[in-house]
Design a binder for this molecule. Sequence first.
Ligand code: HSE
Length: 291
Amino acid sequence: MLTVRAPATSANLGSGFDVFGAALERPADVVRVERAEETTIEMTGAGSEFIPEDPEKNTAGAVAEALDAPARIKIDKGVRPASGLGSSAASAAGAALALNELYDRGLSRSELVPVAAEGEALVSGEAHEDNVAPALLGGFTIAADEGVTRVDASIPLVVCLPDIVVSTRDARRVVPDTAAVEDVVDTVGRAARLTTGMHRNDPEMVGSGMEDRIVTPARAELIDGYDEVREAALAAGATGVTVSGAGPGVIAACYESDRREIAGAMLDAFDDAGVESRAYQTRIGDGATIH
Ligand code: HSE
Protein backbone atom coordinates (compact mmCIF):
# COMPACT_ATOMS: atom_id res chain seq x y z
CA MET A 1 0.00 0.00 0.00
CA LEU A 2 1.33 3.45 -0.89
CA THR A 3 0.82 6.20 1.68
CA VAL A 4 0.71 9.96 1.11
CA ARG A 5 0.40 12.68 3.76
CA ALA A 6 -1.46 15.66 2.29
CA PRO A 7 -1.50 18.93 4.25
CA ALA A 8 -4.29 21.28 5.15
CA THR A 9 -4.07 24.57 3.28
CA SER A 10 -5.35 28.10 3.73
CA ALA A 11 -6.66 29.88 0.62
CA ASN A 12 -7.10 33.62 -0.01
CA LEU A 13 -5.04 34.92 2.94
CA GLY A 14 -7.33 37.97 2.83
CA SER A 15 -6.03 40.06 -0.04
CA GLY A 16 -5.57 37.16 -2.49
CA PHE A 17 -9.14 35.94 -2.96
CA ASP A 18 -9.18 32.83 -5.19
CA VAL A 19 -5.45 33.33 -5.90
CA PHE A 20 -3.27 32.95 -2.80
CA GLY A 21 -2.80 29.73 -0.87
CA ALA A 22 -0.44 28.32 1.73
CA ALA A 23 0.35 24.77 2.81
CA LEU A 24 0.12 24.26 6.58
CA GLU A 25 2.58 22.06 8.45
CA ARG A 26 -0.41 20.57 10.30
CA PRO A 27 -3.12 19.22 10.28
CA ALA A 28 -3.05 16.74 7.35
CA ASP A 29 -4.97 13.90 5.69
CA VAL A 30 -3.37 10.49 5.17
CA VAL A 31 -4.27 8.81 1.88
CA ARG A 32 -3.46 5.11 1.27
CA VAL A 33 -3.89 3.48 -2.13
CA GLU A 34 -3.41 0.04 -3.69
CA ARG A 35 -4.24 -1.16 -7.17
CA ALA A 36 -7.70 -2.68 -7.68
CA GLU A 37 -10.06 -3.63 -10.51
CA GLU A 38 -12.53 -0.97 -9.40
CA THR A 39 -12.19 2.10 -7.22
CA THR A 40 -13.49 1.81 -3.66
CA ILE A 41 -13.15 4.46 -0.95
CA GLU A 42 -13.08 4.12 2.82
CA MET A 43 -13.17 7.27 4.94
CA THR A 44 -12.11 7.56 8.59
CA GLY A 45 -11.13 10.45 10.88
CA ALA A 46 -12.37 14.01 11.41
CA GLY A 47 -15.84 14.56 9.92
CA SER A 48 -15.54 11.45 7.73
CA GLU A 49 -19.17 10.57 8.43
CA PHE A 50 -20.19 13.56 6.28
CA ILE A 51 -18.14 12.51 3.24
CA PRO A 52 -19.67 10.13 0.67
CA GLU A 53 -17.66 6.95 0.02
CA ASP A 54 -19.27 6.52 -3.40
CA PRO A 55 -16.34 7.13 -5.83
CA GLU A 56 -18.61 9.15 -8.10
CA LYS A 57 -19.30 11.61 -5.29
CA ASN A 58 -15.89 11.68 -3.64
CA THR A 59 -12.98 13.95 -4.64
CA ALA A 60 -10.52 11.05 -4.57
CA GLY A 61 -12.84 8.98 -6.75
CA ALA A 62 -12.95 11.77 -9.33
CA VAL A 63 -9.15 11.93 -9.32
CA ALA A 64 -8.90 8.12 -9.79
CA GLU A 65 -11.26 8.42 -12.74
CA ALA A 66 -9.30 11.33 -14.27
CA LEU A 67 -6.00 9.44 -14.00
CA ASP A 68 -7.58 6.16 -15.16
CA ALA A 69 -6.15 4.65 -11.98
CA PRO A 70 -8.67 2.39 -10.22
CA ALA A 71 -7.66 1.73 -6.65
CA ARG A 72 -8.67 0.78 -3.17
CA ILE A 73 -8.39 4.17 -1.46
CA LYS A 74 -8.39 4.73 2.30
CA ILE A 75 -8.47 8.30 3.57
CA ASP A 76 -7.90 9.18 7.21
CA LYS A 77 -9.13 12.75 7.57
CA GLY A 78 -7.04 15.05 9.74
CA VAL A 79 -8.73 18.03 8.09
CA ARG A 80 -12.44 18.32 8.89
CA PRO A 81 -14.72 19.17 5.93
CA ALA A 82 -16.26 22.67 5.70
CA SER A 83 -13.46 24.10 7.84
CA GLY A 84 -11.79 26.58 5.49
CA LEU A 85 -8.64 24.48 5.72
CA GLY A 86 -8.78 22.86 2.29
CA SER A 87 -10.24 19.55 3.45
CA SER A 88 -11.43 18.32 0.06
CA ALA A 89 -8.28 19.70 -1.57
CA ALA A 90 -6.07 17.68 0.80
CA SER A 91 -7.87 14.48 -0.17
CA ALA A 92 -7.81 15.35 -3.87
CA ALA A 93 -4.13 16.33 -3.84
CA GLY A 94 -3.18 13.28 -1.76
CA ALA A 95 -5.05 10.95 -4.08
CA ALA A 96 -3.54 12.60 -7.18
CA LEU A 97 0.02 12.24 -5.91
CA ALA A 98 -0.55 8.69 -4.66
CA LEU A 99 -2.26 7.38 -7.81
CA ASN A 100 0.24 9.09 -10.12
CA GLU A 101 2.97 7.20 -8.27
CA LEU A 102 1.04 3.91 -7.98
CA TYR A 103 0.35 3.77 -11.72
CA ASP A 104 3.60 5.44 -12.75
CA ARG A 105 1.72 8.09 -14.74
CA GLY A 106 4.75 10.38 -14.76
CA LEU A 107 2.91 13.66 -14.19
CA SER A 108 4.78 16.42 -12.35
CA ARG A 109 3.27 17.99 -9.22
CA SER A 110 2.38 21.07 -11.28
CA GLU A 111 0.63 18.87 -13.83
CA LEU A 112 -1.33 17.21 -11.03
CA VAL A 113 -2.74 20.58 -9.84
CA PRO A 114 -5.57 20.77 -12.47
CA VAL A 115 -6.30 17.05 -12.00
CA ALA A 116 -6.79 17.52 -8.26
CA ALA A 117 -8.77 20.75 -8.85
CA GLU A 118 -11.27 18.83 -10.97
CA GLY A 119 -11.69 16.36 -8.13
CA GLU A 120 -12.26 19.18 -5.68
CA ALA A 121 -14.80 20.80 -8.04
CA LEU A 122 -17.02 17.79 -7.53
CA VAL A 123 -17.48 18.89 -3.93
CA SER A 124 -17.25 22.68 -4.05
CA GLY A 125 -19.03 23.15 -7.38
CA GLU A 126 -16.18 25.19 -8.88
CA ALA A 127 -12.58 24.27 -9.73
CA HIS A 128 -10.22 26.51 -7.73
CA GLU A 129 -6.53 25.82 -7.56
CA ASP A 130 -5.83 27.98 -4.50
CA ASN A 131 -6.02 24.97 -2.14
CA VAL A 132 -4.81 22.08 -4.32
CA ALA A 133 -1.77 24.06 -5.56
CA PRO A 134 -0.25 24.53 -2.09
CA ALA A 135 -1.36 21.02 -1.05
CA LEU A 136 0.75 19.61 -3.89
CA LEU A 137 3.56 22.14 -4.20
CA GLY A 138 3.92 23.33 -0.60
CA GLY A 139 4.90 26.84 0.52
CA PHE A 140 2.96 29.94 -0.54
CA THR A 141 1.32 29.74 -3.95
CA ILE A 142 -0.16 32.23 -6.38
CA ALA A 143 -2.68 30.46 -8.63
CA ALA A 144 -3.50 32.70 -11.58
CA ASP A 145 -4.77 31.99 -15.10
CA GLU A 146 -1.19 31.96 -16.36
CA GLY A 147 -0.28 29.10 -14.00
CA VAL A 148 0.91 28.61 -10.46
CA THR A 149 3.88 30.45 -8.90
CA ARG A 150 5.39 29.07 -5.72
CA VAL A 151 7.33 30.89 -3.01
CA ASP A 152 9.28 28.90 -0.44
CA ALA A 153 8.04 30.67 2.70
CA SER A 154 7.93 29.53 6.34
CA ILE A 155 5.73 31.96 8.30
CA PRO A 156 4.46 30.89 11.77
CA LEU A 157 0.67 30.71 11.92
CA VAL A 158 -2.20 29.97 14.26
CA VAL A 159 -5.40 28.55 12.79
CA CYS A 160 -8.43 28.48 15.04
CA LEU A 161 -11.31 26.29 13.92
CA PRO A 162 -14.72 26.98 15.51
CA ASP A 163 -17.21 24.19 15.86
CA ILE A 164 -19.57 25.66 13.26
CA VAL A 165 -20.00 24.70 9.62
CA VAL A 166 -19.75 27.14 6.70
CA SER A 167 -19.95 25.47 3.29
CA THR A 168 -17.90 26.93 0.45
CA ARG A 169 -21.11 27.26 -1.58
CA ASP A 170 -22.73 29.43 1.13
CA ALA A 171 -19.57 31.49 1.60
CA ARG A 172 -19.42 32.21 -2.12
CA ARG A 173 -23.00 33.46 -2.15
CA VAL A 174 -22.06 36.40 0.11
CA VAL A 175 -19.11 37.55 -2.04
CA PRO A 176 -20.05 41.01 -3.40
CA ASP A 177 -20.53 41.34 -7.18
CA THR A 178 -18.82 44.73 -7.33
CA ALA A 179 -16.16 46.63 -5.40
CA ALA A 180 -15.26 50.32 -5.05
CA VAL A 181 -12.08 51.32 -6.84
CA GLU A 182 -10.43 52.55 -3.63
CA ASP A 183 -11.03 49.14 -2.04
CA VAL A 184 -9.52 47.40 -5.07
CA VAL A 185 -6.49 49.70 -4.90
CA ASP A 186 -6.06 48.96 -1.19
CA THR A 187 -6.35 45.21 -1.77
CA VAL A 188 -3.83 45.20 -4.63
CA GLY A 189 -1.38 47.04 -2.40
CA ARG A 190 -1.95 44.56 0.42
CA ALA A 191 -1.53 41.58 -1.91
CA ALA A 192 1.78 42.96 -3.22
CA ARG A 193 2.92 43.53 0.35
CA LEU A 194 1.96 40.00 1.38
CA THR A 195 3.80 38.48 -1.58
CA THR A 196 6.94 40.47 -0.81
CA GLY A 197 6.63 39.46 2.84
CA MET A 198 6.52 35.79 1.83
CA HIS A 199 9.72 36.22 -0.22
CA ARG A 200 11.40 37.86 2.77
CA ASN A 201 9.89 35.48 5.35
CA ASP A 202 8.70 38.58 7.18
CA PRO A 203 5.64 37.91 9.44
CA GLU A 204 5.01 41.66 9.86
CA MET A 205 4.66 42.27 6.11
CA VAL A 206 2.63 39.11 5.58
CA GLY A 207 0.28 40.03 8.43
CA SER A 208 -0.42 43.56 7.23
CA GLY A 209 -0.88 42.22 3.70
CA MET A 210 -3.69 39.95 4.94
CA GLU A 211 -6.17 42.83 5.29
CA ASP A 212 -8.99 42.87 2.74
CA ARG A 213 -12.00 45.18 2.60
CA ILE A 214 -13.86 43.43 -0.21
CA VAL A 215 -14.59 39.75 0.50
CA THR A 216 -13.59 39.15 4.13
CA PRO A 217 -16.08 41.53 5.84
CA ALA A 218 -19.05 39.73 4.23
CA ARG A 219 -17.70 36.32 5.14
CA ALA A 220 -16.79 37.32 8.69
CA GLU A 221 -20.50 37.77 9.37
CA LEU A 222 -21.00 34.03 8.88
CA ILE A 223 -18.60 33.30 11.77
CA ASP A 224 -19.97 33.90 15.30
CA GLY A 225 -17.38 35.73 17.38
CA TYR A 226 -15.09 36.60 14.44
CA ASP A 227 -14.50 40.25 15.40
CA GLU A 228 -13.71 39.37 19.02
CA VAL A 229 -11.37 36.54 17.98
CA ARG A 230 -9.57 38.82 15.54
CA GLU A 231 -9.14 41.55 18.17
CA ALA A 232 -7.92 39.01 20.75
CA ALA A 233 -5.35 37.56 18.33
CA LEU A 234 -4.04 41.02 17.40
CA ALA A 235 -3.82 42.01 21.08
CA ALA A 236 -1.81 38.82 21.74
CA GLY A 237 0.71 39.75 19.05
CA ALA A 238 -0.68 38.48 15.74
CA THR A 239 0.65 40.51 12.81
CA GLY A 240 -2.52 39.91 10.79
CA VAL A 241 -5.77 37.96 11.05
CA THR A 242 -8.27 36.89 8.40
CA VAL A 243 -10.78 34.21 7.43
CA SER A 244 -9.06 31.01 6.29
CA GLY A 245 -10.39 30.07 2.85
CA ALA A 246 -14.16 30.18 2.82
CA GLY A 247 -14.22 29.90 6.65
CA PRO A 248 -15.12 29.26 9.38
CA GLY A 249 -11.43 28.76 10.27
CA VAL A 250 -9.65 31.96 11.30
CA ILE A 251 -5.93 32.33 10.49
CA ALA A 252 -3.36 34.55 12.20
CA ALA A 253 0.19 35.27 11.02
CA CYS A 254 2.72 35.86 13.78
CA TYR A 255 6.22 35.46 15.16
CA GLU A 256 6.94 32.02 16.56
CA SER A 257 7.45 33.34 20.10
CA ASP A 258 3.84 34.67 20.18
CA ARG A 259 2.15 31.60 18.74
CA ARG A 260 1.09 29.88 21.94
CA GLU A 261 -0.37 33.05 23.47
CA ILE A 262 -2.27 33.88 20.29
CA ALA A 263 -3.74 30.36 20.16
CA GLY A 264 -4.93 30.71 23.77
CA ALA A 265 -6.41 34.15 23.13
CA MET A 266 -8.33 32.95 20.06
CA LEU A 267 -9.70 29.90 21.91
CA ASP A 268 -10.81 32.09 24.84
CA ALA A 269 -12.49 34.63 22.55
CA PHE A 270 -14.48 31.95 20.72
CA ASP A 271 -15.37 30.46 24.11
CA ASP A 272 -16.63 33.87 25.31
CA ALA A 273 -18.80 34.04 22.18
CA GLY A 274 -20.29 30.66 23.11
CA VAL A 275 -18.49 28.77 20.35
CA GLU A 276 -16.27 25.75 20.95
CA SER A 277 -13.09 25.73 18.90
CA ARG A 278 -9.69 24.13 18.52
CA ALA A 279 -6.43 25.82 17.60
CA TYR A 280 -3.53 24.58 15.51
CA GLN A 281 -0.13 26.14 16.13
CA THR A 282 1.42 25.66 12.73
CA ARG A 283 3.47 27.34 9.97
CA ILE A 284 3.71 27.36 6.20
CA GLY A 285 5.13 23.97 5.29
CA ASP A 286 5.70 21.33 2.62
CA GLY A 287 3.31 19.94 0.05
CA ALA A 288 2.05 16.35 0.08
CA THR A 289 4.71 13.73 0.80
CA ILE A 290 4.96 10.08 -0.26
CA HIS A 291 5.87 7.63 2.50
N1 HSE B 1 -10.95 30.70 -2.74
C1 HSE B 1 -12.03 29.82 -2.38
C2 HSE B 1 -13.07 30.63 -1.62
C3 HSE B 1 -11.50 28.76 -1.47
O1 HSE B 1 -12.68 31.40 -0.75
O2 HSE B 1 -14.25 30.49 -1.89
C4 HSE B 1 -12.25 27.50 -1.59
O3 HSE B 1 -11.84 26.82 -2.77
